[in-house]
Design a protein around this ligand. Structure first.
Ligand code: ME8
Length: 534
């Protein structure tokens, strides 16, 4: 694999905006970290990129939770929105904007979107009846309803997908002519078979659309905590139109951006989310965009669930693991590494203390940490600097390792851009393992003992090679473990101009460049029997 060509347009990455009726857990952090890693990767490649995340603050759920707590919805939103911000910061997540749907520019954009849909003749007033799931903020159609009974034996209906209880709801409200978009959506998916990753999810969505699309209720009279419908303030705008619009609020409407003489950011190259909200993003959202004549998203990525000891993590089960405790025990970067090493896009990932311990102790401390220690070893390299090398002393074994190293950035790029982070990490760690094997086979300590000039030259080449492997893997791992790899590259004395993917090829270090004084170890092993402070 070669590095992919740099795109013409600024790459736009988005996450869902999270409901503020609860506090953040590892699932929210996972999606936002996914975006952070993509974002950091683009930056490391010097590709212009923007990253948006935030909170979804209107709607009945927030209204009800606030009422229970006897506080104003805005107060609840303020509290929980800042806990999202705080935890993202603690996870070293970087972004360009944290949007809140209560932000003024967002409310204006939502009203604008409403007017555009209305002007296109796609909104009408009508009576709407159906089974409504407050938990999911959506009406549920018959084929997705399960009839069962509650603990008192009363017949109830629940959503097959989420398990939330449904309530028969009759409302006079505004509807959007979603039914007109069945064919256009099917055409779009047919022409773009790779919009949704993983691809089996695209088939599910296409089947769902083929099953028929009913017009969508897009206003509520029963919800006061929302953005008013323009010219009809008895209604508030359906929270999903409100929420989905956030992607436009930040990017701006392309024609208006162009008029200002700037390059439009819209549409997103990456829309990241969990599988639970794929339908909203791949049916409703593109239909709204088509209705407004706006460009459609390039890639919609729907990842699987995080489970703990094989059980789904959720607010209602209350089994979200104590994130701060995990970070305290294992360290932040090891957790970031774990989350993407242990999950494949689309499938569910499982957290357990055993798996976490094994990733930290084996992959990070033993495999990676050992190579780092070898690369900076004072006994082999007493001057602690990049050694002088003589080109005539390279062997077949060195060259094989070097050619593997030179291929690594292209392979890593390929997998990261496809959001297959576990594959990227596997490749990088295969490189680290290959280099550990190389050290064992090349036995630099044997040359160290010899006084002969040619043996000293071999020693230098081996050391130089290891130092270069560590620099390259350390750079490629920066997006995953930013704090640790930053420390590593500083320890090796790598100049700032090499901290990028373009420089991830062998042979760019200059002989004589000194290592830093910092020799702290990168990864501390976790010992389960040791008592850790809370
Ligand atoms: O749906 N594993 O917000 P939300 C992995 N406001 N990811 C998980 C997860 C888990 N166990 N639980 C949650 C909403 N997530 C709307 C979105 S967008 C215009 C509006 C992640 O707070 C995953 O990304 O319920 C999922 O899609 C999202 O949190 C849902 O967050």
């Amino acid at each position: 694999y070669q590095l992919t060509e740099k795109p013409q347009k600024t790459v736009y990455i988005t996450t869902p905006i999270y409901y503020v009726n609860g506090v953040p857990h590892i699932g929210h952090i996972y999606t936002t970290l996914l975006g952070d890693i993509l974002y950091r990767w683009h930056k490391l490649r010097n590709i212009p990129v923007k990253y948006l995340t935030g909170t979804d603050e209107h709607g009945i759920k927030v209204q009800q939770t606030a009422a229970k707590l006897k506080i104003e919805p805005k107060q609840l939103a303020d509290q929980n929105s800042s806990s999202f911000k705080k935890i993202f910061k603690a996870f070293n997540i970087t972004y360009d904007r944290f949007i809140r749907t209560t932000d003024e520019d967002h409310q204006e954009m939502v009203a604008k979107v409403w007017k555009k849909l209305d002007q296109a003749g796609l909104i009408y007033k009508g009576k709407f009846e159906g089974w409504y799931s407050v938990g999911d903020e959506t009406y549920v159609v018959d084929r997705d309803i399960e009839i069962t009974s509650d603990k008192d034996g009363n017949e109830i209906r629940i959503s097959k997908e989420s398990g939330h209880v449904l309530k028969w709801t009759t409302e006079e409200n505004y509807l959007f002519k979603l039914s007109e978009f069945q064919e256009p959506l099917l055409n779009w998916f047919e022409k773009n078979p790779k919009v949704i990753s993983p691809s089996f999810r695209q088939k599910e969505i296409v089947d769902f659309i083929k099953g028929g699309l009913k017009d969508l209720s897009i206003s509520r009279t029963a919800v006061s905590w929302g953005i008013p419908v323009p010219d009809d303030p008895n209604h508030t705008i359906y929270v999903w139109i409100d929420a989905l619009t956030n992607y436009l609020t930040y990017a701006g409407i392309p024609d208006e951006v162009k008029e200002r003489g700037e390059m439009p950011l819209f549409p997103p190259e990456y829309q990241l989310m969990g599988k639970d909200i794929l339908k909203f993003h791949s049916v409703y959202w593109p239909a709204f965009l088509m209705a407004m004549g706006l460009p459609l998203p390039k890639k919609i990525i729907a990842h699987g669930w995080w489970t703990k000891d094989k059980k789904k993590i959720s607010k209602s089960l209350g089994n979200a693991f104590e994130i701060s405790e995990v970070v305290e025990k294992f360290g932040l970067d090891p957790l970031r590494y774990f989350l993407f090493r242990e999950s494949t896009l689309g499938a569910d990932g499982d957290y357990s203390e055993n798996a976490m311990t094994s990733r930290l102790n084996n992959d990070l401390a033993d495999t990676f940490g050992n190579l780092v220690i070898r690369s900076t070893s004072q006994s082999l390299n007493p001057k602690r600097c990049v050694p002088e090398i003589d080109q005539n002393f390279f062997t077949k074994e060195d060259n094989e390792l070097i050619s593997m190293l030179n291929d690594l950035r292209g392979v890593t790029d390929h997998f990261i851009l496809n959001c297959q982070f576990n594959k990227a990490l596997t490749e990088i760690f295969d490189m680290i393992k290959a280099c550990n094997k190389y050290v064992v086979e090349q036995k630099p300590w044997v040359y160290k003992k010899s006084e002969k000039d040619e043996d000293q030259k071999r020693l230098s080449i081996i050391l130089y090679t290891i130092i270069e492997v560590v620099r390259v893997v350390g750079t490629l791992l920066l997006p995953f473990m930013p704090e640790t790899c930053d420390r590593l590259l500083n320890q090796l004395g790598v100049k700032p101009e090499l901290w990028n993917v373009d420089s991830c090829v062998f042979g760019l270090r200059k002989p004589g460049e000194p290592f830093s004084q910092d020799t702290s170890i990168l990864f501390k092993k976790y010992e389960p029997n040791k008592v850790y402070k809370k």
